[in-house]
Design a protein. Structure first.
Length: 354
DNA sequence: AATTCGGGGAA
DNA sequence: TTCCCAGAATT
């Protein structure tokens, strides 16, 4: 039987997905490597985020900032606005910090080894290895969620995550070729995304099913084994949409660290396990004729949130913040939960093109 | 080693 | 609903 990398690369040459950050399949087969800036940007966006979600954001960023130097030259606030809705907002701040460092310390050229890349903000073990392999052809050992699934199934390894990750690394070190390492890791990831899927894997179509223990024993779907997850608690609070007579909405900025760090929000109460202290309009940032708009629900990584939504027409508010005019709101750095809140008051505000 | 970070698509 | 996604940083 041919080695795994031979079978996988042959499959990749005929089945590779065409994605915005990849070179064309024809170029790829001729050994053309993609732009490191594109690879880096896509890899950071793809951290815990699906290809379908990333696509439009990637296109928007490339159009707005064609090079890493362009990104370094812009304001962080513009990056936060462009990243709004994509989630995990520390990625956006690290993205900017990384661009600044590449521009100022490396003359706008990304380091070419995984070891050097990992010294940059927002680039960890996975992303450094992926960029080095895909953009520079280094024979690194890449392990992501797809590869964890493919490799644990191939070896029928029932060690639970995250301990099994080291075995996955050894598996990859054993099978990754020195020639076309970037295409190989992308082939592994495409395989995991399209055939070796979490549920109902299409084993009959898999190019490496002949020596896959998961397939042979008909137990592929049970890997990887994971520790049971904790239930998500629910937190509650109230949000206040203050509107000026001209329709502008009062926004404030979250601190740069923690949940929704650096993002723009309307004033809210604290988000607590249960209602405590002042609630409803009694907790509003200013006395006024607050009108109830029901509540919105939103789920974060580790808790559910239920927010009462209130609105009122006011002329001024205390504290730090600014009035955002209706035509500006779509361009603000608003996380999705805040778009839900504002939509509950003015449901047509985000239907206008940004 | 555990926890904290968003959001959306699929089943 | 639950799961999981081209994970990193922090504690």
């Amino acid at each position: 039987m041919k080695p795994i990398n031979i079978r996988l690369l042959a499959w990749y040459d005929s089945h590779a997905r065409t994605l915005p950050w990849r070179v064309s399949p024809g170029e790829g087969r001729q050994g053309v490597l993609p732009d490191p800036y594109h690879v880096w940007l896509s890899e950071v966006m793809l951290q815990q985020t699906t290809v379908a979600t990333v696509g439009p954001y990637f296109e928007k960023f490339i159009a707005k900032w064609p090079t890493v130097k362009n990104l370094a030259a812009c304001d962080l606030e513009d990056v936060m606005k462009a990243w709004a809705g994509l989630g995990y907002y520390s990625r956006a701040r690290n993205l900017k910090a990384c661009a600044d460092k590449v521009a100022s310390e490396h003359d706008g050229k990304f380091p070419q080894t995984a070891a050097e890349l990992q010294k940059l903000p927002g680039i960890g073990p996975y992303t450094s290895a992926a960029i080095a392999a895909i953009a520079f052809g280094e024979r690194t050992t890449v392990v992501d969620g797809n590869i964890e699934r493919v490799s644990t199934r191939h070896t029928a390894n029932s060690t639970p995550l995250p301990q099994v990750k080291e075995h996955c690394r050894e598996f990859m070190d054993r099978v990754t070729p020195a020639d076309r390492p970037g295409d190989f890791v992308q082939a592994m990831m495409d395989l995991g995304a399209t055939i070796c899927t979490p549920r109902n894997p299409a084993c009959s179509l898999c190019p490496i099913n002949d020596d896959c223990q998961g397939h042979i024993q008909q137990i592929a779907e049970q890997f990887p084994v994971k520790a049971p997850k904790k239930p998500k608690p629910t937190r509650v609070g109230a949000a206040f949409v203050a509107q000026r007579p001209d329709g502008a909405i009062w926004l404030t900025k979250r601190p740069n660290k923690g949940l929704l760090g650096g993002m723009s929000v309307v004033p809210t109460t604290g988000w607590t396990a249960s209602k405590n202290g002042a609630t409803g309009y009694a907790a509003a940032p200013i006395v006024g004729d607050w009108i109830p708009h029901g509540h919105i629900r939103h789920t974060f990584t580790h808790f559910h949130l239920e927010l009462e939504v209130w609105s009122a027409h006011v002329n001024m508010l205390p504290g730090d913040g600014w009035w955002s005019l209706q035509h500006q709101i779509g361009g603000e750095a608003l996380p999705t939960v805040m778009k839900k809140v504002i939509s509950a008051v003015a449901d047509d505000l985000f239907k206008v093109p940004k």
